[in-house]
Design a protein around this ligand. Structure first.
Ligand code: ZN
Length: 113
C-alpha cells in the first residue's frame, strides 16, 4: 500500500505516479508498503528508512522545484530497490546519485510528469 501524507495535492499525485512507474520499471510490483511524508526539511531533501520487511518510510522536502522534488523521490526509491534486491555497494549512495538524473529524465520523456 502506498500512503502519501502532507504536501500539496499536485505533489501527492506526482508521488503516486512516480512510484507506480518506478515499481514497474524495477520489477517491484509485488506487495510493498511505502509511506511518504512531504514536509519541510532543514538538513536534507529526502530520507528513506526500511521500517521492516516490505515496509518503507520516505520523507521528502516539499519546497523544491518539481524536477528536484521528483529526483529526490527517485533517489529514495533507488534505496528501496537496493533494500528489496539486497544489492548495493558501499552505502548505496553512488548508485542513487548516478541513476537519479537519468531516471528522472525518463519520467519526463515518457510523459509520466
Ligand atoms: Zn541516498
Amino acid at each position: 500500500m502506498i500512503t502519501i501524507k502532507g504536501g500539496y495535492k499536485h505533489q501527492r499525485k506526482i508521488v503516486a505516479d512516480v512510484i507506480d512507474w518506478f515499481r514497474y520499471r524495477m520489477k517491484l510490483t509485488y506487495l510493498l508498503s511505502i509511506t511518504i511524508r512531504i514536509k519541510p526539511m532543514n538538513d536534507c531533501y529526502g530520507t528513506c528508512e526500511k521500517v521492516n520487511e516490505y515496509n518503507y518510510y520516505i520523507e521528502l522536502h516539499g519546497d523544491q522545484t518539481i524536477r528536484n522534488f521528483v529526483m529526490t523521490l527517485v533517489h529514495e526509491l533507488i534505496h528501496v530497490k537496493q533494500y528489496e534486491t539486497n544489492q548495493w555497494t558501499g552505502d548505496g549512495e553512488d548508485e542513487a546519485w548516478g541513476l537519479q538524473a537519468d531516471l528522472t529524465d525518463d519520467l519526463w520523456k515518457e510523459n509520466i510528469i
